[in-house]
Design a protein around this ligand. Structure first.
Ligand code: Q46
Ligand code: ZN
Ligand code: ZN
Length: 329
């Protein structure tokens, strides 16, 4: 596809961005992305120049792009990849993350759930009889927190972009889930036993991040996690994209105005929800009970024989997954 001219330099453009009502060439697309990240970091006091940063890396476009942008902006950032054991999807994702790090001389820490904790996400889903994302999210949060604290990192960076955050906000708003709304802020400050967490990509879309990777020559995992097939998050994204097509700029207004105008009003509730925490008797992580949710999960599911991915997918997702596997063979 060809677009007319770049808004900045009038050279041929490579992308149209309707929400900016403009087209951009490769160079000025990169400039726009960098500036949006700098603005997010500045507006929300996400990072200090001498922070030791740990980037949560999945091998997808967003986490590799945010790592790349931070390094370009002069930050010191290592990556952490967690092998979730989601079949070929996890193996391929690790390859992309490792290649990215190796080519740039960056440090990628890897944790293998099955190798180090005796379980994987499909097995945990099967044993607990809950959706895979439940055990997955719990495991990732715990292990990112632990790695950041053990490694002396000041802050954990995640690659959540505008589409992700707007979709989560959409879901929370549909239910008026005040507790989740109060926590949906792009910066979570450090508190006892938890590292600071920030989301520098909140002003950039999935499409812009894919374009960043293409222009920068970054190969990434393009497949969605098979466990995500058919989940509500994707439906919310589709609904917001339909609105955005009709009315460019709606998505960023929905989310960024929430952050500016609504989130400060809910901040007090967030403090109240934090509650009293004590140390987990098994691992020392902060918890409201005697043993933290991660240790309880590990105790319950580790040592079980690995369950294949397709066994924990719903019927529709399984069909799509098996078809994709057959094409890949
Ligand atoms: S939570 Fe769920 Fe993701 Fe984990 S199981 Fe896949 S879709 S990777 S962000
Ligand atoms: Zn240009
Ligand atoms: Zn624990």
């Amino acid at each position: 596809m060809t677009y007319s001219k770049c808004r900045v330099c009038r050279q041929p453009a490579i992308i149209d961005l309707p929400r900016h009502n403009a087209n951009f060439c490769a160079e000025h697309l990169l400039q726009l992305c960098r500036r949006q990240v700098e603005k997010a970091i500045h507006d929300h006091e996400m990072l200090a120049t001498d922070d030791k940063i740990l980037v949560a890396v999945s091998g997808g476009k967003d986490s590799l792009a945010v790592w790349d942008i931070l390094i370009e902006l002069g930050y010191q950032a290592d990556g952490l990849y967690i092998g979730l054991g989601i079949g070929e999807y996890s193996d391929v994702s690790l390859d992309y993350a490792q290649t990215f790090a190796d080519e740039r001389g960056l440090q990628l820490i890897t944790i293998d759930l099955r190798g180090e904790y005796g379980y994987d996400v499909p097995t945990a889903a099967k044993v607990t009889k809950r959706v895979p994302c439940s055990a997955c999210g719990l495991s990732k949060r715990h292990l990112f927190d632990k790695a950041a604290l053990d490694g002396g990192y000041d802050v954990v960076v995640t690659g959540h972009n505008l589409d992700d955050e707007a979709a989560v906000l959409f879901g929370n708003t549909l239910r008026w889930d005040i507790e989740y709304l109060a926590r949906q802020y792009p910066v979570l400050p450090a508190r006892d036993g938890f590292p600071k967490k920030v989301k520098p990509l909140i002003r950039l879309t999935e499409r812009e991040m894919a374009a960043w990777c293409i222009v920068r020559g970054i190969d990434y995992q393009v497949e969605e996690c098979p466990m995500a097939l058919g989940n509500k998050h994707l439906a919310y994204k589709a609904a917001l994209n339909a609105i955005e097509r009709q009315s460019p700029g709606s998505k960023s207004a929905f989310y960024l105005n929430f952050v500016d105008k609504m989130a400060p009003l809910l901040a007090g509730l967030n403090q109240a929800a934090a509650g009293d925490l004590r140390d987990c008797e098994t691992c020392g992580a902060p918890t409201t009970g005697e043993v933290c949710a991660f240790c309880r999960l590990q105790e319950r599911v580790s040592g079980n024989h690995p369950v294949p991915v397709e066994l924990v997918l719903n019927k529709k997702a399984r069909k799509a997954y098996l078809a994709a596997q057959a094409v890949g063979e």
